[in-house]
Each structure stands twice: as structure tokens, then as C-alpha cells.
Design a binder for this molecule. Structure first.
Ligand SMILES: NC(=O)c1ccc[n+]([C@@H]2O[C@H](COP(=O)([O-])OP(=O)(O)OC[C@H]3O[C@@H](n4cnc5c(N)ncnc54)[C@H](O)[C@@H]3O)[C@@H](O)[C@H]2O)c1
Length: 446
């Protein structure tokens, strides 16, 4: 359970990026010494620029968000005092359609982080070719310290404040870390009250009863599994008996683990915020999921050996799935990884230094911007269903999801082979070309 290492970035992640690679100075509202995740994103754009051909003319558009809104969220707490929270909504790029991206409640959320996450949403949406731009939101709050009543007030006031720029055809939030269906219901209701009409399409990831989609809850994990199986085929790795290790056993990691186990894989190690469990012959995934539902974490699971948290990274496995936090695969953990393939369920789990280490070791990395795009794909289905008020069956949803994920992954694989680049750079090539093509076709106004 390591944390993102601020030093685990090349110098490009810091103040050197702007003068060297950009035609404009670095954005004045960022600290050039501490660019955070936005610095990592800028490096990724720099890596892709040589492959953009004539579209490179527009690349600066990717290096600055179209719009960033910072809001104050005052609420009256249960004890009668007033607390203020900082909230953000960033729309990175809207050339291909309305903004789309989750809302995160976390005490450490920063503008730089939300900017980077919004940019990765632009890339992800373009990579799977859903008609969206990229956006993201966040509130600086530790939700564990507040009551449901207080969290409802935060969600509603935040929605009202960002109501200026969100909407079913403008920008559509969704759940992310520490937000869920309930928060989406509050957001949908608040926005609807403000505009005077029920607007189910303003958020996705809603409860089914309020226009949510079947299959949305499992969609990201299903996408992780789908691209994992496709990649395994391409490198000749049979899924039956393959050894899988997973960090994060929530929505994404839990679903991916279940699907891999059902396909015959052995899930040998699972780590979450409560600890690490291991069984050489494969864990009973259904029983572990039930244990997590009952107790809130993997710790204390009877049918497993306990493993020191730090040993997780060196576990003997073929597939490693980071599905928890950012920066977990870094300069300390990457050298110990024995897997042949890393599937990024989490957003931004691998630092650029670790990317290079894994590349040198011949580990295939399926990057977040394609591997965890299943969630936004079914969010897109939810939005389409809300517009037509006609709802699909779970089978239809899963079939459409699997087709989109397979087609998108195979297209990225071809580009990686063609240019002899990593899958991350290949995904950026596909996605950034689509974004900048739209930018060019629309032209500059005025
Ligand atoms: N849910 C989605 O549809 C979706 C879509 C795309 C990307 N993601 C990304 O996937 C990741 C996980 O999201 P989720 O929806 O599964 O969240 P979740 O809250 O359901 O699960 C998070 C898991 O991470 C574990 N975790 C937290 N801190 C940890 C630590 N320090 N060490 C080890 N494990 C830790 C938790 O115990 C939990 O098992 C996030 O990066 C999120 O942005 C989620």
C-alpha cells in the first residue's frame, strides 16, 4: 500500500515542460514546482505529439483545460456550526461532445488532480469513441467524517454551484471515488429542481429506479476483464489457470476478480485498505466478496493466508490488476512486479518512471485510458437510454459493451504494433488524433 511518490516523475513533470515543449507559458494558476498529476499528463501528451502528424498544430489545446470552475460549498453541520468545502468542476475538452467524468469526494483532491483526471477522460472517451469530451469534478472532503445528512447538503450545494456549466447536453457527472448511486440521485434531484424539470440525463451511475442502467455497476470490471482476455490471447497466455493479483477489491477490482475466477483464473492475492490475503492455489472469490460485503474489507478472511502488505507487489502472478488508487505502481514497486501483464483498473495507477521500468522488463501494460473505459461506455448507454426513455436488457448492454471494448482495444493494439510504441502511447495516438481532428473540423471561433 504505497502512495504516489511525488519524486517519481521525470524532470518533464515539473517546471521544465512549459518552455521546452509548449508554445505558451505554463498556466499561471499552477505551481510549476508541484504540477502533480497534471505534470504526468503533460508528459504523456509530449510522448504522443510526434505521432500526430499535421494535427500536432493543435496540440496546445490538450495542454490547457477549456474551463475550470472552483466553487465554495458552505453547509450547516449537524452541530449547528457552518463548514466550507472547496469544490471543482473541470471541462478539459468539449470538441467531441458534452463533458463526461466522475465526481470525487476526497480530502486530498486538488485542482491539478481534477485537471489531470478530466484530461484522461477526454482521452478515454475518444479511445472508445463515445461522443463525449472530458470532464471531472471533486470536493475536498473526507466523507467518513460526516453524516449522511451533511453529505447530502454538500452534494446538493456542489451541484447547484456547478449547475452553471453542467447539464444533459453540456457536461454529465458520474460517480468516482467515495461517491455512489445515492450521491447521483441527490445531484439529479438538485439539478432537476433548479431547472424545473426532471432531467435524468444530467448524471449517470444513478439508481435503476431513477433512470440508471442495468450493468453499469459491473461495467468497469467487465471492461477490465474483456481487454485482459483479448490481450492474453494476443500474447498466448491461456486464461485457464492464469495467476491474478488484485489491489483494490471494490467495484472495479471485485467485479474483475469475479469474472477472471469464473473464466478459470486463480486469483492468488488481493489487497485492499484493510490488508492483504493470499492463497497459492487460488482464493475463493465469491466467499471473499461476501466477506468484504459483511466486514468492509479483505482483512480477517478465514480461507486465506495473511501476507504482509509490502509483499503484495512481488507476488508470483501472471496478471496484476491495480484497482485502487493513483501512483501505486511506482519506482519502488515496479521493479518487484513478476506479472507478464498489468491491467490498470484504477485511474493513473502507474507513474511514468514505473511505466519505463515495466516496459524495460517486457511487462505488457494495458493502460487505464482503455482498460477501465467500460464504466464510461455503459454510462454512455445510460445517457442514451435516458434521452429516449427506452431501456435495454442487461444482455444487450453487456454485448454492446464487450463489442466496443474489444474493437477499441484491437484498434489500439494495431497502432502500437505499427509505431512500435507502448499501448499507452498508442491509446493516446488514437484518442488525441480523434480529439484534434474534431477541433480542426470545428475550427476556431471567432
Ligand atoms: N467505478 C468505476 O466505474 C470506475 C471507472 C473507471 C475508473 N475507476 C477507478 O478505479 C479505482 C477504484 O474505483 P472503485 O469504483 O472500484 O472504488 P471502490 O471504492 O469501490 O473500491 C476501492 C478499493 O480500493 C481499496 N483501497 C483504498 N485505499 C487503498 C490502499 N491504500 N491500498 C490498497 N487498497 C486500497 C479499497 O479498500 C477498495 O477495495 C479508482 O481509481 C477509480 O477512479 C472506477
Amino acid at each position: 500500500m504505497t502512495h504516489s511518490d511525488a519524486n517519481d516523475q521525470s524532470p518533464h513533470a515539473g517546471k521544465h515542460i512549459s518552455p521546452k515543449h509548449s508554445t505558451h507559458p505554463l498556466l499561471s494558476y499552477l505551481d510549476p514546482e508541484h504540477l502533480g498529476p497534471w505534470g504526468i499528463y503533460l508528459q504523456q501528451v509530449d510522448r504522443v505529439t510526434p505521432y500526430l502528424g499535421h494535427l500536432a498544430k493543435w496540440v496546445e489545446t490538450l495542454k490547457r483545460p477549456k474551463r475550470a470552475l472552483i466553487v465554495d460549498i458552505p453547509i450547516e453541520l449537524d452541530n449547528g456550526t457552518v463548514a466550507h468545502f472547496e469544490g471543482y468542476r473541470v471541462q478539459h475538452n468539449l470538441s467531441r461532445g458534452p463533458g463526461k467524468g466522475g465526481v470525487r469526494f476526497h480530502q486530498d483532491v486538488t485542482l491539478s488532480e481534477v485537471m489531470a483526471l478530466s484530461a484522461w477522460m477526454s482521452v478515454k472517451n475518444a479511445a472508445v469513441n463515445v461522443p463525449y469530451g472530458g470532464a471531472k469534478g471533486g470536493v475536498r472532503i473526507d466523507p467518513r467524517k460526516y453524516s449522511q445528512n451533511e453529505l447530502e447538503k454538500v452534494a446538493r450545494r456542489y451541484t447547484s454551484e456547478i449547475g452553471l456549466i453542467i447539464g444533459p447536453t453540456k457536461d454529465i457527472p458520474a460517480p468516482d471515488v467515495n461517491t455512489n448511486e445515492k450521491v447521483m440521485a441527490w445531484m439529479m434531484d438538485t439539478y432537476s429542481q433548479n431547472v424545473g424539470a426532471t432531467a435524468t440525463g444530467v448524471v449517470t451511475g444513478k439508481p435503476i429506479e431513477l433512470g440508471g442502467s442495468l450493468g453499469r455497476r459491473e461495467a468497469t470490471g467487465r471492461g477490465v476483464f474483456t481487454v485482459g482476455v483479448e490481450a492474453a490471447k494476443l500474447i498466448g497466455l491461456p486464461i485457464d489457470g492464469v495467476r491474478v493479483a488484485i489491489q483494490g477489491f471494490g467495484n472495479v477490482g471485485g467485479t474483475a476478480g469475479k469474472l477472471f475466477a469464473e473464466a478459470g483464473a486463480k486469483v492468488v492475492a488481493v489487497q485492499d485498505h484493510t490488508g492483504t490475503v493470499y492463497r497459492d492455489g487460488g482464493l475463493d472469490v465469491e466467499a471473499l466478496l461476501a466477506h468484504v460485503r459483511e466486514t468492509g474489507g479483505v482483512s480477517g478472511f478465514g480461507k486465506a493466508d495473511v501476507m504482509a502488505d509490502d509483499e503484495f507487489w512481488g507476488v508470483d502472478c501472471d496478471i496484476l490488476i491495480p484497482a485502487a488508487l493513483e501512483g501505486q505502481v511506482n519506482k519502488d514497486t515496479a521493479p518487484r512486479i513478476k506479472a507478464k501483464m498489468v491491467i490498470e483498473g484504477a485511474n493513473g495507477p502507474t507513474t511514468p518512471t514505473a511505466d519505463d521500468i515495466l516496459n524495460d522488463k517486457g511487462v505488457l501494460v494495458l493502460p487505464d485510458v482503455i482498460a477501465n473505459a467500460g464504466g464510461v461506455t455503459v454510462s454512455y448507454f445510460e445517457w442514451v437510454q435516458d434521452f429516449s426513455s427506452f431501456f435495454w436488457t442487461e444482455d444487450e448492454i453487456n454485448q454492446r459493451l464487450v463489442k466496443i471494448m474489444k474493437d477499441a482495444f484491437n484498434a489500439v493494439w494495431q497502432v502500437a504494433q505499427q509505431h512500435k510504441v507502448s499501448l499507452r502511447t498508442a491509446t493516446f495516438i488514437v484518442a488525441c488524433s480523434r480529439i484534434l481532428q474534431a477541433r480542426e473540423l470545428r475550427g476556431l471561433y471567432p
